[in-house]
Design a protein around this ligand. Structure first.
Ligand SMILES: [Zn+2]
Length: 275
């Protein structure tokens, strides 16, 4: 599943190519995504200039002066640059055509989304999909104190509190296991019981883990291709615990353990990450 580093890598790719250019044509080949792609989307944005390519959580935001296209890559999506003459493949659902470049949204499982937020409808941050998102992990306001304050009163396990995305966005399944290992926190610890000191380690671990993945152009998806058409490096190659069940911990050599929390797998070192 594309996680925050993949989405941010895609955004950076788009941001070097789209802004300042007129989108000649936007074409929908398959409107049946997680939610139907609005039928008038092509009319709305074809012939309009892209102002910026931004991101909030795992939503890509393509800004025009009259509104914003909100794109989610779902479970299996990629938005990549392709040669102008490349034939469509199966599962190519939408196309952004510029004079100098062309992009295709490819999504075999169709859990992705392409929606429109009209500028006249109010601030983008109040869009229902964006309004409840937690803080960005690289926002200067995301501090140990912030994390500690927002975990207060939560009885759910810290792993699940991270995945929920309402405290901080972008810590998906891989990054939650890796960050908790780095912070030496047991994934089953009740979120509200973490001390400020442990929140300090966790906040730093989240930023380091996501930062490392971004630096490697990270990807978790086998067929993931970034926005400029280059295959991403696989973050899992650098994982310490994720998908390492039974293998020795790289700190203490204890076998890594696999458990299931809320139907998602978690990996941790039972010795380094005591409760
Ligand atoms: Zn260990």
């Amino acid at each position: 599943m594309p996680e925050l580093p993949e989405v941010e890598t895609t955004r950076r790719g788009l941001a070097t190519i789209m802004p300042g250019h007129v989108l000649k044509q936007f074409v929908i080949y398959e409107p049946r995504m997680r939610w139907p792609v609005p039928a008038d989307m092509s009319q709305k944005i074809s012939g309009c200039k892209v102002l910026a390519c931004e991101r909030r959580g795992k939503y890509l935001l393509i800004n025009f002066d009259h509104g914003t296209q909100i794109i989610h890559l779902g479970m299996s999506g990629s938005l990549r640059r392709v040669p102008l003459d490349e034939p469509l493949r199966k599962h190519d659902h939408a196309e952004w055509l510029f004079d100098h470049a062309r992009f295709l949204l490819h999504d075999p499982r169709r859990f992705g989304a392409i929606l429109w937020h009209d500028a006249a409808a109010g601030p983008l941050a109040e869009h229902p999909l964006l309004a409840k998102l937690g803080i960005e992990p690289f926002d200067p306001l995301f501090t140990p104190e912030y994390l500690h304050r927002h975990l207060q009163g939560k009885t759910q396990a810290i792993k699940q509190a991270l995945l929920a995305g309402q405290v901080v966005v972008g810590v998906g399944n891989i990054y939650a296991s890796e960050s908790l290992f780095r912070a030496r926190i047991n994934p089953r610890t009740a979120a509200g019981t973490l001390s400020l000191e442990r929140c300090r380690r966790l906040a730093a671990a989240i930023q380091q883990t996501l930062g490392d993945a971004l630096e490697s152009g990270g990807s978790t998806l086998r067929d993931y291709v970034n926005a400029t058409g280059q295959p991403g490096a696989y973050f899992t190659l650098h994982a310490s615990v994720y998908e390492k069940a039974g293998q020795p911990c790289n700190v203490c050599a204890t076998p890594i353990r696999r458990i299931v929390q809320g139907q998602r797998t978690t990996y941790y070192c039972p010795k380094c990450q005591r409760r």
